[in-house]
Design a protein around this ligand. Structure first.
Ligand code: B1M
Length: 213
C-alpha cells in the first residue's frame, strides 16, 4: 500500500481518498500514530507552506482540514483507551479568538488514550470558561492550544485569570501549539509545554506526579 496517497489526499483536500487510504491502512494494522506523524501532520505543514506563499487560500485550508479530520475520526477511537481509572482530570481548549482545533483534538485524544479524563472545551475559549472548568475539581490540569501569534497571548491571560480566581496554586497549566516555545511557556509561567501530542501526555503525567508528591 502506498501511504503517501494519504499525504497527497490531505494536501489536495480529497476527504474521500483520505478516508479510503486510512481505512485500508488500519485494516492492514499500520500503527495509527505512524499515519498521523509521518503522513498527516507533514501534509498539513505542506498546506501551511502553500498558504504562506499564496498558492493556497482559506478555502484550500478548509478542505485540507476536512480531509485531515475525516482520517482523524477513524484514528481517534484507536488512540483512546477505555475502562481504566483516570490518572487525572484535564480541561483542554483552543484559546479565545482561535478556531484551529485539529492539533488540540489530537492532543485531547492522546491524553485520553494516555489515561486522563479529558474535558474538551472546544475552540475560542474565553479565560473565564477555563477558570470555571478548573474550579469544578481540585487538581485539574488546564491545557491550552494556540495556533496564531495573535491569540497565543491569551494563554497568559488565562494564567492571570486563574491567579485572580485564587486557584492558580492548585491548578497546573500546560500549553502548546505551533507558535509556542518552551521559552514562551516559561515566560508566561506555564508549568508544562510540549510541541507534539505524545509529548503532551508525558508532560501531563509529570504534572500529576508533581501534584501528588
Ligand atoms: Co490557519 N493558520 N488560519 N487555518 N492554519 C496557520 C496556523 C498558519 C501558520 C498558516 C500559515 O500562514 N503558514 C497561520 C498562522 C500565522 C501566525 O499566526 N503566525 C494561519 C492563519 C494566518 C489563519 C487565518 C488568520 C487565515 C485567514 O483567515 N486569513 C485564520 C484564523 C482563524 C482563527 O483561528 N481565528 C485561519 C484559519 C484556518 C482554517 C479554519 C481554515 C483551518 C483550521 C481548521 C481547523 O483547525 N478546524 C486552518 C489550518 C488548517 C491551518 C494550517 C494549514 C494547519 C493547522 C493544523 O491543523 N496543523 C496552519 C499551518 C500549519 O500549522 N502548518 C495554519 C496540524 C496539527 C496536527 O498541528 O495544530 O500545530 P498543530 O498541533 C500540533 C502541535 O502544535 C502540538 O501537537 C499537535 C500534534 O503534533 N500541539 C500541542 C497543539 N496544541 C497543543 C497543546 C499542548 C501540547 C501540544 O498542550 C496543551
Amino acid at each position: 500500500m502506498d501511504l503517501s496517497e494519504l499525504y497527497q489526499a490531505i494536501v489536495t483536500g480529497n476527504a474521500k481518498k483520505a478516508e479510503e487510504v486510512t481505512k485500508a491502512a488500519l485494516a492492514e494494522n499500520v500503527d495509527p500514530m505512524e499515519l498521523v506523524q509521518k503522513y498527516m501532520i507533514p501534509a498539513m505543514d505542506e498546506v501551511g507552506k502553500r498558504f504562506e506563499c499564496n498558492e493556497y487560500f482559506v478555502p484550500e485550508l478548509l478542505i485540507a482540514a476536512r480531509a485531515m479530520k475525516t482520517s482523524l475520526e477513524l484514528i481517534t477511537p484507536l488512540l483512546v483507551s477505555r475502562g481504566a481509572k483516570p490518572l487525572g482530570r484535564i480541561v483542554i481548549g483552543t484559546v479565545q479568538g482561535d478556531l484551529h482545533d485539529i492539533g488540540k483534538n489530537l492532543v485531547a485524544s492522546m491524553l485520553e488514550g494516555g489515561g486522563f479524563q479529558v474535558i474538551d472545551l472546544g475552540v475560542d475559549v474565553p479565560p473565564e470558561r477555563f477558570v470555571e472548568a478548573a474550579r469544578e475539581q481540585e487538581g485539574t490540569i488546564v491545557a491550552m492550544s494556540a495556533l496564531l501569534t495573535t491569540t497565543m497571548v491569551m494563554m497568559e491571560k488565562v494564567i492571570k485569570a486563574l491567579e485572580e480566581a485564587g486557584i492558580r496554586d492548585r491548578t497546573k497549566v500546560m500549553v502548546g501549539g505551533a507558535p509556542i516555545t518552551q521559552q514562551y511557556a516559561d515566560q508566561i509561567g506555564a508549568d508544562g509545554y510540549s510541541d507534539n501530542a505524545s509529548g503532551a501526555v508525558a508532560v501531563a503525567r509529570k504534572l500529576v506526579a508533581v501534584t501528588a508528591s
